[in-house]
Ligand binder design. Structure first.
Ligand code: ZN
Length: 84
């Protein structure tokens, strides 16, 4: 068996370009599997992405997806979190 290590903490996202806004969005692996039925991918920014052909070069990264990725990187609680 494969075993489930500690991968739940660190999600893996793939980059997919949307044909509608020509931007590259980050899609969680789990969402990719779910899209097999609908054909649409739910990006990290909340956008419903209609994937472009995989042969196409990626467009500029969606700023919201980029922000989500940055946020997940620094998910370790910082001492400043308590201050307002
Ligand atoms: Zn996005």
């Amino acid at each position: 068996m494969f075993g489930t290590k500690r991968q739940r903490e660190r999600r893996h996202c793939i980059e997919v370009m949307c044909v509608e806004d020509r931007r590259t969005h980050l899609i969680d692996d789990v969402m990719v599997a779910a899209a097999a039925r609908t054909g649409r991918l739910m990006a990290e920014c909340g956008r419903s992405v209609l994937a472009a052909a995989l042969a196409e070069p990626l467009g500029p990264l969606c700023p919201l997806c980029a922000a989500v990725r940055e946020g997940s990187r620094s998910s370790v609680p910082s001492p400043r979190a308590a201050t307002r």
